[in-house]
Design a protein around this ligand. Structure first.
Ligand code: F1P
Length: 316
């Protein structure tokens, strides 16, 4: 077992420590979730969860918010910026936090590095301990930032999510070898708060295995991208409640065209149950998506401990 795989399966005690660790935020300003790479994907999901819970929110990549915030929100100086960064050192995210603060916005940092530049340039910090062996590819810290972010927007995270996430990752891992052995085109589909999670599944698998991946809102996939589906395609469908029927129909079409479909929370070539309330699905599926990336890399004999062209922190 390599270190990446070990860390993915050892992440759950850190979840237990983070559960209940931070209170809900009560400000009424627009929440602007900001981050880069994985942290931006998480921002997208958290913003959607926040809107669903009645707290208005948007998600913006760090560099975009730093350089042209008014393209995203006209009244950008009067917002509550939530900057997500594992390292707390990513140039664009730190710059976005600094620019927001100096313009009068309130800045909360969500990070696992309480001594970082981001932590020094915020009004409030939310942090928790992460696995010390986590490498370049972000796994446990991504899950932890979603957990902290959910609690920040007032979502109760029950300890049952730990067992649900562990069970799903194990169940997916058992069926993966047969499903992905000869697949070279991976597609992740998810709607609402699961779109950011679909993007994160795609980014993880791409970083780990150097395979081109894609992520779409489920029904968007029929508008063009479906032309690429063949017997080399593997699809991960993150089922929602609102569009379950349409998503099920789409999965049937994709299977007819040769794709193998992993159904998380609904039908597919395999159907794996997600034992959690829909407001927690995004968190619960993350470890399963991480192990999928690792297994795809192993199938190609690619080392995820030193992934090509990647560094743990990106500084400009
Ligand atoms: C985010 C990030 C990662 C990416 C790479 C570089 O960093 O872009 O998503 O995989 O490792 O950093 P951070 O701001 O959360 O530390």
């Amino acid at each position: 077992m390599n270190t990446t795989e070990k860390v993915i399966f050892e992440q759950f005690p850190y979840w237990e420590k983070a559960i209940g660790a931070n209170p809900a935020d009560s400000s009424s300003k627009l929440l602007v979730f900001v981050g880069c790479g994985t942290s931006y994907n998480l921002a997208l999901s958290l913003a959607a969860y926040s809107n669903l819970a009645g707290r208005m929110a948007i998600a913006v990549p760090g560099a975009e918010w730093e350089s042209r915030p008014s393209a995203f929100w006209p009244d950008w100086r009067d917002t509550h910026v939530v900057a997500l960064s594992r390292s707390g050192e990513t140039t664009e995210t730190v710059a976005a936090a600094k620019a927001s603060r100096s313009a009068g916005a309130f800045v909360t940092a969500v990070t696992v590095e309480p001594e970082s530049s981001l932590a020094r340039n915020c009004d409030r910090m939310i942090s928790t301990e992460t696995h010390s062996d986590e490498g370049i590819v972000m796994t446990v810290s991504a899950s932890l930032m979603v957990l902290l972010g959910l609690q920040m927007i007032g979502q109760h995270v029950p300890s049952s999510v730990v067992a649900a996430a562990r069970k799903l990752a194990g169940a997916l891992d058992r069926v993966l070898p047969a499903m992905i052995a000869d697949r070279t085109h991976f597609v992740f589909l998810g709607g609402g708060p699961l779109f950011g999670i679909a993007l994160e599944g795609a980014l993880k698998l791409m970083e780990m295995s150097q395979i081109m991946t894609q992520a779409f809102h489920p029904l968007e996939y029929r508008h063009g991208p479906i032309s690429l589906v063949d017997e080399k395609t593997a699809v991960v469908m993150l089922y929602s409640s609102e569009q379950r029927e349409a998503e099920t129909k789409l999965v049937g079409e994709l299977r007819d065209k040769g794709a193998v479909v992993i159904g998380l929370g609904g039908p597919g070539d395999v159907e794996l149950a997600v034992d959690a309330d829909l407001s927690l699905t995004g968190l619960v599926v993350l470890p399963a998506l991480q192990i999928l990336g690792e297994r795809a890399a192993q199938a190609r004999q690619i080392d995820t401990v030193s992934p090509r062209h990647l560094t743990k922190v990106v500084k400009l």
